[in-house]
Structures are given as C-alpha cells and as structure tokens.
Design a protein around this ligand. Structure first.
Ligand SMILES: [Zn+2]
Length: 373
C-alpha cells in the first residue's frame, strides 16, 4: 500500500473512481456480506385467505410464523429483514417479487401451509422448476390461483395460465442461475424440520410457483405442513408450533449465510486488489485449481463462447442433475481474481471463485489461510 501511495499519480484517482463504480454495480447478490438482506413473504393475506381447514387459515399461520422468524433474524447484526406484508393485507404476487428485487435482497423466503382432502402431513420446500409429478403441480396450482383475484392478471403475467402444467416451462429459466443456491437453502430448511423438529420430511421439490419467478435472487417457498391434518393443523396453529417452525427456518437461513461466508471471498469483493503492474501479487498454491463459477443450472449448454457472452475457456461439470460452468482455471489466486473481474464485466455479475484439490471442491478461504506453494 505504501508503495502505491508513493507512486500515486493522476490516473490512480481515476482508477479508484472506476473501481468504486465497478464495485457498486457488480456486488453479486448472492455473495456474503455484512448486510445480508432476507425478504420474508407471508403467503396470501386480505381477501385471499389461502387454504383453510374449517378451523385454521393459511394466511394467519403464515403471517405469525413470518413475524416470529423476522424477530429472530432482526436480532442478527449482519442481517436485514424486509417483509412483503406485516399484517392482513392483500398483495399481488408480482408486487412481492418487486419488493424483493427493489431491495436487492440476497434471499427470498415465502412461507405457506399445505392442505389436502386426506390426512396427509409433513413439510416440503420448493425451488422454482418444472414439477416432477402431479402432486407438485397441484401444490403450485393452488398457490398460483391467487392471481385470479388480481386485476389484469393475464397482462401482468404474460398470459400465464396457472392451470396449464406446461405454462411454467421457459419461465423457470429466470431463476435458473440461482437454482443451486435455492435448492441448498431448501435442503437446510428441510433438514432442520426433520432433524430438529422431528417433522415428516416430504423433501426438497421443484414446481412452477409464480411468486418465485418474479424474483432475481435465491428463492424458496416453504410448505410448513398441512392445516388439514388434525395433529399438524393444531401444531401449526399453536404459538408453540409457530415458534418452533420459525426457529427451524431461522437456523436454516443462518446455515446458508455461513455457507456463503465460507465460500465467498468477501474482502476481495469489497476491496478488489488494484490491477496495477507493481501492485501485482502472485499467490500461487500448487496443486490447487481456482476457477470462476459463472453459471449453473439444469441445461446442458455447449461450451461455445456465444453461450457465455463471449467468454472462452469455459468448462462444464455435471453434479447430480445439474451443470456448473466455470471460466478459466489457475493455481494463481491473483490471476483468477482478474478472470473473475472479466466475467463480471461481461455480465456474470454473480461470478465467484471456487477451488479444487484433486478434483474435490475445497474452501477458498481455507486455501488462502494456508501457506503458499
Ligand atoms: Zn399458500
């Protein structure tokens, strides 16, 4: 730093101005940061009661859980909570997404309750995607039906028909870049429900929820249980049950934030190394491959540069049913930082660095703490 100050010239100010502008535009909204914004969306409200069992109303239970959850999150210094509603009011699905996007939130969590004409029970958490079976479609259909209560819904949702199983295809692309992250948060939620609350885990699922394709950040929709099941309905309607459910979701969000903090290199995002010849460092870690992850999703894309906004040297890795796309590879951390910058400038604003050793994914921050070479 000392060296840089001494060599400072008129261009250095320009550089800092440019890098400040760059930082403002390119902080990825999934990266870890001190101000982690969570949008809490209590399903339904006002003239839309959601599901009801004769005794219990989804809109009331969802709101109670969200308010308890918000209180817990608010006590965390690094987390900011934004609500789509804090009382019994009707809010259009699109508006819920707008609230999250305007806040540039890091995570969107929509809270709901299930219902069925049997004594079905258990919890399930959804990310946006194409439903794997009729039951998943049915759940999305029920949650999407609210748009019929909205004015001009056909115009607002581009002709989207909640009753058509195919309608969601194409729209899922809008959440695709956040799919891995959404599925990860969803798995944390379901793990907590299963392990800490002893609830029946119906799994992490995907279906076409309108509220989820409005948002541009990792987004999940939690079905906290069936209000139509005698026992589960009573649990969900009780203060104690709502407190437990809220706590399980709270803990899952903290786990997710921790995952981000562990995997993202915060300091480099907030204060990138100035790219000036004599400032250049070469932090080389033998046997480690750093890569820039630029995208992920279910689609298998060919690796031509036109699929990646002109970027060459993109590599594809298949993990489960998903593909991850990496740009460049280097054991020099400072070199990979430059490639990350390039990727971000090309429009992959959430591009982040990952590290591998013997083909296994390892923590970037752990590597940086270790000694070089
Ligand atoms: Zn609902």
């Amino acid at each position: 730093m000392q060296k840089f100050v001494m060599k400072s010239n008129k261009y250095s100010h320009l550089f800092y101005l440019l890098s400040a502008l760059f930082i403002l535009n390119f902080i990825p909204n999934i990266a870890a940061q001190d101000n982690f914004k969570v949008v809490l969306d209590a399903g339904h409200g006002g003239k839309d009661p959601g599901k009801h069992s004769g005794k219990y109303y989804e809109k009331d239970i969802a709101l109670n859980i969200v308010l308890l959850l918000g209180e817990k999150l608010d006590s965390e210094e690094a987390i900011q909570v934004i609500y789509t509603r804090k009382d019994d009011v009707f809010i259009e699905l699109k508006e819920r997404g707008n609230i999250a996007n305007d806040a540039d939130a890091n995570l969107f969590v929509s809270v709901h309750c299930n219902a069925h004409n049997t004594q079905a029970y258990g919890t399930e958490t959804y990310a946006l995607g194409i439903h794997a079976n009729d039951r998943n479609f049915e759940v999305a259909q029920q949650e999407n039906a609210v748009i019929f209560l909205e004015d001009d819904y056909l115009e607002k949702y581009a002709g989207f028909d909640p009753n058509s199983p195919e309608a969601v295809i194409g729209l899922t692309l809008m959440q695709e870049e956040f799919l891995d992250e959404s599925l990860l948060v969803a798995s944390y939620v379901q793990n907590n429900f299963r392990n800490n609350l002893n609830r029946t885990d119906r799994g992490v699922k995907q279906a076409g929820f309108v509220v989820l394709f409005q948002t541009s950040m990792p987004s999940i929709l939690i079905e906290t249980g069936f209000i139509t099941n005698d026992k589960e309905g009573e649990f969900l309607n009780s203060k104690k049950g709502q407190e437990k459910v809220a706590h399980a979701i709270f803990d899952a969000i903290l786990n997710y934030k921790k995952h981000l903090d562990d995997n993202f290199v915060v300091e480099e995002i907030i204060e990138p190394t100035p790219i000036i010849e004599d400032q250049k460092q070469d932090r080389v870690y033998d046997g480690v491959d750093f890569k820039v992850q630029i995208a992920s999703g279910k689609r298998k894309l060919s690796l031509e540069s036109y699929n990646f906004k002109g970027l060459k040297d993109v590599e594809r890795e298949k993990i489960g049913g998903h593909y991850k796309y990496y740009y460049k590879k280097s054991s020099n951390y400072d070199e990979i930082l430059e490639y990350q910058d390039q990727a971000r400038k090309k429009g992959f604003s959430s591009a982040f660095i990952v590290a591998f050793k013997n083909r296994d994914r390892i923590s970037v921050s752990e590597i940086l703490k270790s000694s070089q070479n």
